[in-house]
Design a protein around this ligand. Structure first.
Ligand SMILES: [Ca+2]
Ligand SMILES: [Ca+2]
Length: 90
């Protein structure tokens, strides 16, 4: 019986496809960009204990133009960044 809704970050498989789907789902207002609020929701859903901290780190490292949102062109960087964390729960 598959469990939907919560994907624990410490449990495989958290592959690139899963991460991309999560990010797509998190775009609540559908503008194609991920705001801090939307990104935080992704980490909450992944079971992160520190979603706020992770969001902040992601923004710091992947928001290349510094507009406070992750745009489509910054998304690949974000996915790669999240994948690095895939098996580290914090
Ligand atoms: Ca959005
Ligand atoms: Ca940006």
């Amino acid at each position: 019986m598959p469990v939907h809704g919560t994907i624990p970050i410490s449990k495989p498989p958290l592959n690139e496809k899963t991460v991309r789907e999560l990010l797509k789902k998190a775009d609540i207002n559908g503008d194609g960009n991920l705001s801090k609020k939307e990104l935080k929701k992704v980490f909450e859903e992944m079971g992160s204990n520190w979603p706020k901290h992770r969001t902040w780190l992601c923004m710091l490292n992947t928001d290349s133009d510094g507009d406070g949102e992750i745009s489509a062109s910054e998304m690949n960087k974000l996915v790669a960044y999240i994948m690095k964390w895939a098996y580290a729960k914090c």
